[in-house]
Design a protein around this ligand. Structure first.
Ligand code: ZN
Length: 360
């Protein structure tokens, strides 16, 4: 039986890819454009939104759904990864302790705790709330990975308590109740990943995520660690490969049993002129071998191409415009280019997910 995920703002067919709209918008796209690309849900980020437009503004504008015009489910990331990236790059700008994280951005001081992350995500009206976690890089030492797992589990426990308190306070029952997801850390240490998964399962969540940087120092997917973690999460729970977005990596993880993916990669690639196309018809079945290739919008050879970007794509861009025109828009730097390119790359991702749903 095909797996589905019912959320307050709609139903998802799994596996599903979620574009990242970290700032409350999938860049260059209006909510209708995103829906037109058959996207089922988007992922936004509490760390970015609390800075701009600011949490009280998100609330004043009616929450993320009302503010962005997006009617379908919204996942919100806890900000753990962003806090870690910021502090790792600029250790003098902040610190992470058991209590929570403090950091400084543009001179403004922010205090971030597991409870606060949950409070903000709930106040934004998220369908899926993600526990604050303590991220590491896969190359960090065993001591660092061990401390990260301990803190991630302790924070997940606090997130669970705060989430349950807010759900009760707001009387969110049945379908109106958002889902709470915890993130498995442990870097490349399989024992720590297992311990983390087991301790989180003991607390109990609606779903689980694979956290931390999913690639090794050579940018290769940590497929054996991802597979290892997948085995510890019972199939009745959803499992999310956080930050995985390259088509080859999504395909590999979906075949391991991962069901949710989010990344800025397909939309960022689109804006930068990298368009995704299938080399085989995705409706014909198995996405074998090198099933896709890049087309570069800047490439001179497309000047007079009187064909769509992809013969297999039914997106708004491919049904209305030629690759030659897309090349022209890119060259003259028109604002229409990123919109049309993003529509196309997102439709590529949703067609790819449909093909994976048919096979996994
Ligand atoms: Zn297209």
């Amino acid at each position: 039986m095909k797996k589905i995920l019912d959320l307050p703002n709609g139903r998802l067919q799994l596996p599903a890819f979620l574009p990242d709209g970290t700032q409350g918008v999938v860049k260059s796209m209006d909510a209708q454009d995103v829906a037109g690309s058959q996207v089922q849900a988007v992922q936004m980020n509490v760390y970015h939104l609390m800075q701009r437009p600011g949490s009280s503004t998100v609330q004043a504008l009616g929450g993320l759904h009302a503010m962005s015009g997006w009617k379908r489910p919204i996942f919100t990331d806890s900000g753990g990864f962003q806090v870690y990236s910021l502090i790792r790059q600029n250790p003098k700008d902040g610190s992470i302790a058991d209590k929570g994280a403090t950091f400084r951005i543009e001179g403004k001081k922010f205090k971030f705790t597991p409870e606060k992350s949950i409070q903000l995500q709930m106040s934004y009206g998220a369908d899926v709330v993600i526990c604050l976690d303590d991220c590491t890089h896969v190359d960090d030492s065993l001591d660092v990975q061990t401390a990260s797992v301990q803190r991630t589990v302790a924070w997940a426990k606090r997130c669970r308590v705060e989430f349950d308190r807010l759900v009760a306070e707001r009387g969110l029952l049945g379908e109106a109740k958002p889902k709470l997801v915890a993130v498995v850390q442990g870097g490349g240490e399989k024992d720590l990943r297992r311990q983390c998964a087991e301790q989180l399962l003991e607390i109990g969540f609606d779903g689980y995520g694979y956290g931390g940087w999913p690639l090794d120092s050579e940018n290769k997917l940590l497929i054996d660690v991802l597979g290892w973690v997948r085995e510890f999460i019972p199939r009745e729970f959803t499992i999310h490969a956080l930050g995985v977005g390259h088509p080859n990596n999504v395909t590999a993880c979906a075949r391991l049993g991962y069901e949710l993916f989010d990344s800025t990669m397909p939309t960022r690639d689109a804006r930068h002129g990298r368009l995704y196309t299938f080399t085989v018809d995705p409706k014909a079945g198995w996405l074998a071998g090198k099933f896709f290739k890049y087309i570069y919008a800047r490439d001179k050879k497309h000047i007079k191409t009187n064909l769509p970007i992809s013969e297999f794509c039914d997106c708004h861009t491919c049904t209305h415009y030629t690759l030659g025109y897309i090349h022209h828009l890119y060259k003259v730097n028109d604002h229409l280019y990123p919109r049309l390119a993003t529509i196309h790359n997102l439709r590529f991702m949703t067609m790819m997910m449909a093909a994976l749903r048919a096979e996994v």
